[in-house]
Write a protein that binds this ligand. Structure first.
Ligand code: GLA
Length: 655
């Protein structure tokens, strides 16, 4: 199978979504001039071009795209060619209302925005296949083509009748019999037993809480249907161009797609990443997504979209202060990205995203945004050849699984304050702040290479996953788990005892008597720290050792942090500093070391092959100890033992 290497050919890809159909053709020449000045070597064409390519059903207008493909090739710029299937033309919804998705209240999602397609619609799939096939036939042999980009940020849910019919088929495949479905969904509760497949619908608006099994399967089904759409288009382009890699862009930590499963179907894993420039944890959140994407890719990955300046979809949208775009771009390269791309090349003057930044902002060539983009392009070109090894294996894995997330995020749970992505962020941030480098892994992956495995929360676990965790600890690994882990099986059936017995035994828990969720702003005192969000009434087994106990209140003296040998259980969410210190202590015990010793707070060090990236996420200058002699690839300077980095400064050190 082709991979990202086939597109990069030893360089870092630099560029972004290019939507030239929004501009007169004279502008294209100016675009090319500015692209070359900024060392742009890759553009993504056609993401939202369906109405232009197919102005009326079955008609084709490829002339403008022919000229662009040639223009890009003549100027040495590769093209990531998108299938335009994320935004069907108005004629489609008009002629085929069944191509439009329906929300859970039965409201149609009309054209006039984007992503208004029903993944289950046979008509939509027909038109999507036709335009994809024609694009592949026309441009498969074009020398500018470097990669296929299927659709864009697959994310539509659909509760329509056509989706309901496919849902029934999906359920028949999964369960075989209605008895098995009734058993899995626990339909004995509230008189929900199904006697005929035809009675089953998508989980539409209901009077009160919906059946959790049905909701969970609908999430699985949605991810699978979108994947079917992706695979259908991928197979069409693959047949025409087996040597050209295929991708589709993920949204970070997005609930709708089982990205582990999806990544298996991609030649290149790519992600769109938009941390808020004003978020004090923007760097940490970016690092999390980058670690996750690299782990899904198991090699180099593509930063498909980021913003050079502000986005326009937050309540208040700030630009990036000077230097931040460079810093966060190099952070991605440090974590294995072989492509640094943006939405979009030139900021639009019309349409819903006219206040969303581009690499060339409304201020144009003289604007700070383009000037910084240009500087970064030169730097990426300088370091591109040196950035080769994509993946330095890390000692620590953070476990994440979409099915566990879906099952645990249901209505009717004990606390709506417990938010799965927030927990993953809190745990990853603690490791980041302890300067510990991490991968992500699925709970059924082989974990034996890791010294420490961290489970922020895996509410539902299969037996295979539980056995995997037990085997990992038996084999000498250190495991630390947060609360609400191993509570349910894959049908969201609560395991006997409120937590799987094998896991209770592993962590030294005799009885889990009750859960005591904490409200926003509420906390519980533990020996040396405060716990937030959650607490538990746990009775330890004889072998369990209390590492920290609750103090005062109902839980006085009961274990907050419990350990049995190399298995740790944290039944609350310690405040951030305590969480960092706890994980740092466990990591040291497990033999996992920080990337560099004595790193100041807010400074990040990341190894990529033999390169050491040092990134100052603070606004003050810092001095960092980097033992030995190095050359900074960005400046050419020699660095001996010590490095000073200014505000948002970065060094890429080669021994
Ligand atoms: C997503 C989309 C882009 C654009 C950006 C704006 O990433 O893929 O088309 O809408 O968001 O941030």
């Amino acid at each position: 199978m082709p991979g990202l290497d086939d597109a990069t050919r030893g360089r870092i890809l630099y560029g972004g979504d290019y939507n030239p159909e929004q501009w007169p053709e004279e502008t294209w020449l100016d675009d090319v001039r500015l692209m070359k000045d900024a060392r742009v070597n890759s553009v993504t064409l056609g993401v939202f071009s369906w109405a232009k390519l197919e102005p009326r059903p079955g008609e084709r207008d490829f002339g403008w795209l022919d000229r662009l493909m040639d223009l890009m090739h003549d100027n040495g710029i590769g093209v990531v060619l998108a299938t335009p299937t994320a935004s069907p033309p108005p004629w489609m919804g008009h002629l085929h209302p069944d191509t439009l998705p329906v929300d859970q209240d039965g409201r149609t999602e009309w054209w006039g925005g984007r992503q208004h397609f029903s993944h289950s619609s046979a008509a939509y799939r027909h038109y999507a296949a036709a335009i994809t096939g024609d694009l592949a036939a026309r441009y498969g042999g074009h020398p500018a083509l470097t990669m296929w980009h299927i659709n864009n940020e697959y994310c539509t849910y659909d509760w329509s009748d056509e989706a309901a019919a496919r849902f029934r088929g999906w359920l028949q495949d999964r369960y075989g019999t209605l008895d098995a479905l009734n058993e899995a969904w626990g339909t004995a509760f509230w008189s929900q037993g199904y006697g005929d497949w035809a009675e089953i619908h998508t989980p539409r608006h209901a009077h009160y809480l919906k059946n959790p099994g049905q909701v969970l399967d609908f999430k699985r089904f949605t991810s699978d249907m979108l994947l079917e759409c992706y695979v259908a288009e991928r197979d069409l382009v693959r047949r025409a161009t087996p040597h050209i890699p295929v991708t589709t862009n993920f949204m970070p930590l997005w609930i709708g797609q089982d990205a582990w499963r999806w990544a298996e179907e991609e030649d290149v894993v790519s992600v769109d990443l938009y941390p808020d420039p004003r978020d004090p944890f923007g760097a940490q959140n970016g690092a999390l997504v980058q670690d996750m994407t690299r782990s899904q890719a198991r090699g180099p990955w593509m930063l498909m979209e980021q913003a050079a300046g502000p986005v326009n979809w937050r309540g208040v949208n700030h630009p990036k202060p000077r230097g931040l775009n460079r810093l966060w771009s190099l952070q991605a390269v440090a974590r294995g990205a072989d492509a640094v791309c943006y939405f979009q090349w030139r900021q639009s003057r019309q349409g819903a995203e006219k206040f969303h930044s581009g690499m060339v902002s409304h201020a144009g060539e003289e604007g700070r945004t383009y000037q910084e983009v240009k500087q970064l392009g030169a730097e990426l070109a300088r370091i591109g050849e040196e950035v080769t090894d994509s993946h330095t294996p890390n000692d620590i894995a953070v476990l994440h699984d979409w099915h566990a997330w879906w099952a645990g995020a249901q209505d009717g749970r004990l606390s709506t304050q417990v938010d799965h992505p927030d927990l993953v962020k809190a745990w990853h941030r603690a490791l980041w702040e302890a300067h510990l480098a991490t991968d992500f892994a699925h709970p059924e992956h082989d974990l034996s290479a890791y010294k420490l495995v961290v489970v922020p929360q895996l509410y539902a676990l299969t037996d295979a996953a539980i056995e995997n965790l037990l085997a990992y600890v038996r084999g000498g690994g250190t495991l630390v788990s947060g609360f609400l882990t191993g509570v349910a099986d894959e049908d969201d059936r609560v395991r006997a005892g409120g937590m799987d017995g094998r896991l209770r035994e592993l962590f030294g828990i005799r009885t889990l008597h009750e859960w005591w969720p904490l409200d926003a702003g509420e906390y519980v005192e533990c020996d040396a720290f405060r716990g937030t969000l959650w607490s538990e009434e746990i009775e330890k087994s004889e072998a369990g050792e209390v590492e920290a106990a609750y103090k005062g209140g109902e839980l006085d003296g009961l274990p907050a942090v419990l350990r049995k040998g190399r298995a740790w259980y944290v039944s609350t969410l310690p405040e951030p500093d305590a969480m960092r210190d706890l994980l740092a202590r466990i990591a040291v015990g497990a033999g996992a070391r920080p990337v560099l010793d004595a790193l100041p707070a807010g400074v990040e060090a990341v190894r990529r092959g033999d390169l050491l990236f040092v990134l100052n996420h603070g606004r003050e200058s810092v001095t960092v100890e980097v033992p030995g002699a190095h050359r900074d690839l960005l400046t050419g300077a020699t660095v001996q033992d010590e490095l000073t980095l200014g505000r948002y400064g970065v060094a890429v050190l080669k021994p």
